[in-house]
Ligand binder design. Structure first.
Ligand code: 13P
Ligand code: SF4
Length: 301
């Protein structure tokens, strides 16, 4: 009897498909993926794959980014409802109004945004390269950073560079509270505190290290410490525990669970390959404009 995983593997070969999974996906999805990583790693993989079909186990903006980078490939999102609330906190109309108010500003757009917002931006960034991208913009320009005020605020304070910040945020990361950390740290005083820059400034202030999801994985692997307090979406604990069986990881709170990321299941990956659903295709005119902003980022990364 063949299992769901056997069937996925068989169909993947038949369709010449690749499975990309974000670090927040369910463990079983990360385990069947050809590549699991952060937003930057995933877009780099999408850009270079020779596969005909990309099954994107993540959220809608990630599949859109793959479609923008690979307009000739079929990009599938196994659950059409897997969106990102932060990406929906800015509309094209609102962005155009803000740009008019700041005509000298360069728009730096976090990859957690829709394709039409990217198309209206000067350059994209992810949590792993935001510092480098912002630094590449000449000082004479104002910067409008969209849509994540937490990542924008973190970069702004690290670089000592004032920026106009959009009022968006990740509801999942904002459920992580400083008081949660203080309690866990009291029980495990030797543990290193490692958090994502989508967290609030008071959480970031308590951290020993701040990084993208792949940056968090790298830090935990390379650091000698044995215990870690992790401040990001709980899906990453699967990878951390798998890669570091002798180390101990504490989630700051189980409430940091992104229900959109968790919509993808093994069954849905199988159905996606069987029925070639749900196709994500960014219209050519928007894709062409958005590609400029994404490519500028990839060239700097
Ligand atoms: P990274 O994996 O790029 O750090 O992104 C985090 C995130 O919230 C994606 O939705
Ligand atoms: Fe969006 Fe936050 Fe979920 Fe990432 S974790 S997809 S930023 S809501």
């Amino acid at each position: 009897m063949s299992t769901i995983i056997d069937k996925i593997k068989e169909l993947k070969t038949q369709r010449n498909a690749i499975i990309l999974a974000h670090n927040y996906q369910r463990g079983e999805i990360q385990d069947i993926a050809d590549f699991a990583g952060d937003s930057l790693g995933l877009s780099q993989q999408a850009a270079k794959t020779k596969a005909d079909v990309i099954v994107f186990c993540g959220v809608h903006f990630m599949a859109e980014t793959a479609s923008i980078l690979c307009p000739d490939k079929l990009v599938l999102l196994p659950d059409e409802h897997a969106g990102c609330p932060m990406a929906n906190m800015i509309t094209l109309k609102e962005l155009k109004i803000k740009k008019k108010e700041h005509p000298n500003a360069k728009v730096v757009c976090y990859v957690n945004s829709t394709a039409d917002i990217k198309a209206e931006s000067d350059i994209c960034c992810t949590s792993s390269n935001a510092m480098k991208i912002v630094s590449s913009i000449p000082k004479e320009h104002e910067i409008l950073f969209i849509p994540d005020k937490s990542l924008g605020g973190y970069v702004s304070s690290k670089l000592n560079r004032p920026m106009i910040l959009w009022e968006g945020y990740c509801p999942t990361h904002h459920r992580i509270l400083a008081e949660h950390i203080i309690k866990i740290k009291a029980a495990h005083p030797e543990a290193r505190i490692v958090v994502h820059p989508e967290c609030t400034p008071d959480v970031i202030a308590l951290a020993n290290h701040v990084a993208s999801t792949t940056g968090i994985a790298k830090y935990c692997k390379e650091t000698d410490a044995r215990e870690f307090i992790i401040g990001t979406e709980t899906g990453i604990l699967h990878r951390l525990r798998k890669e570091n069986p002798r180390k101990v990881f504490y989630a700051i709170t189980q409430l940091a669970d992104c229900s959109n990321m968790k919509l993808i299941s093994l069954e849905k990956v199988l159905w996606s390959l069987e029925d070639m659903i749900y196709q994500v295709k960014v219209p050519d005119d928007i894709a062409a404009k958005a590609r400029v902003a994404i490519q500028k980022m990839l060239d700097l990364s």
